[in-house]
Ligand binder design. Structure first.
Ligand SMILES: Nc1ncnc2c1ncn2[C@@H]1O[C@H](COP(=O)(O)OP(=O)(O)O)[C@@H](O)[C@H]1O
Ligand SMILES: [Mg+2]
Length: 356
């Protein structure tokens, strides 16, 4: 697939604050990209520079192979949906959607046809004559989406489009957005600080931290191979382990020496006793410190060698209670020694597989 958007060595400061610090990434045509990072990591700044609403101090922005640094916002072929880029209150749904085409002085019949198509696409056919005030938050954002798409942009930018919408509707809108964007095939970049949203919606995720890209990849790649401790901590649930060589099966560490690690709940197996463990000799003794019902399973806080770990346990098994003894087998640990991620598997499993 050809590259649709490319950011090359983008730097941007506001006063002394470095909002973009050598940002580089490329987006293939038709992909849906999630720009994910904590608040203040520079997500909106990047979107605004792509849109032409802000100028980088240095670096190039290419859209469709063309350098657009000096192209004004209105001529970049971009549609945007911003959280607070409100609809025009005094215009109906149809008029809102038609707005961009009217500005372009498109013929009336063409505008009508395009609005018909888009209002159908966003599922608001019955609401064409309503005003924004008469719509729910989710409906308004769908109108904003249709309005952004009306002039057939090459690129669609969305900045936290669902942030102001309540949780249940937000979840529906995510699925809807993903399906609709793929159906249209329009290259899109959406910003979010919510990892669940990014993982659920995006084809590829760009993780930003303090104005630079920590990692770019598919949700699965980022989840399974976090390149940095920041990414491992930010995506999924992560427990920081100052020295993992205290645990059975990981005593040797790595040749690089540093023994800090990160554990995820799904790397742990928690049993009530030896009989429940596949490898009892390689399991640690623990004490249950907390049990939380999570619908499909129980989340268990368990203390092992003075470290509080978090794991899960099936509700089908004997329930554990606070204060109970437990057995804990640690399947794997992420190590970041030597500046790269290594997935360390418990040695007992390797030995076991050799014996079998
Ligand atoms: N127009 C501006 N003027 C001054 N500082 C700004 C401006 N825009 C952004 N910033 C600074 O850059 C930081 C990062 O901003 P932003 O890109 O909005 O982050 P994010 O969208 O990830 O929360 C902000 O916390 C703010 O301090
Ligand atoms: Mg923002």
């Amino acid at each position: 697939m050809p590259i649709e958007v490319q950011l090359q060595h983008i730097k941007k400061t506001f006063g002394h604050f470095q909002a973009s610090n050598d940002v580089n990434f490329a987006v293939e045509k038709g992909r849906l990209i999630g720009l994910l990072g904590p608040s203040g990591s520079g997500k909106t700044t990047i979107l605004r520079m792509i849109a032409g609403l802000e100028q980088p101090d240095s670096g190039d922005i290419l859209i469709g192979g063309r350098r657009v640094n000096d192209v004004p916002a209105g001529k970049r072929g971009i549609g945007f949906v911003f959280q607070n880029y409100a609809l025009f209150r005094h215009m109906t749904v149809r008029e809102n959607i038609a707005f961009g085409l009217k500005v372009q002085k498109a013929p009336a019949a063409q505008i009508r046809a395009r609005v018909d198509k888009l209002i159908e696409l966003v599922g608001l056919k019955e609401f064409g004559g309503r005003y924004p005030m008469q719509l729910s938050g989710g409906q308004r954002q769908r109108v904003a989406f249709a309005r952004a798409l009306a002039p057939e942009p090459e690129l669609l930018l969305l900045d936290e489009p669902f942030a102001a919408i309540d949780a249940k509707v937000r979840k529906e809108l995510r699925g809807w957005l993903r399906r609709t964007i793929h159906q249209l095939g329009v290259t899109s970049i959406f910003v979010t600080h919510d990892q669940d949203e990014a993982v659920e919606v995006a084809d590829d995720i760009v993780i930003l931290e303090r104005g630079h890209v920590e990692q770019m990849g598919t949700p699965v790649e980022i989840y399974q191979q976090p390149r940095t401790p920041f990414v491992a901590n930010f995506i999924g649930e992560a427990m920081h382990i100052p020295d993992y060589t205290i645990f059975k099966g990981f005593e040797n560490g790595t040749t690089e020496g540093a023994h800090e690690g990160i554990l995820r709940p799904e790397f742990l197996e928690i049993g009530a006793n030896d009989h429940e463990m596949r490898l009892p000799l390689a399991s640690e003794d623990g004490i249950v410190r907390g049990v939380y019902f999570r619908g499909s399973n129980a989340e268990i806080d368990v203390e092992v060698k003075g470290q509080l770990l978090k794991g899960t346990r099936s509700l089908e098994k004997t329930p554990l209670h606070e204060g109970d003894q437990a057995k804990v087998f640690i399947h794997r640990i992420y190590s970041f020694a030597g500046g790269r991620t290594q997935i360390l598997e418990n040695r007992a499993k390797q030995v076991d597989s050799v014996v079998i």
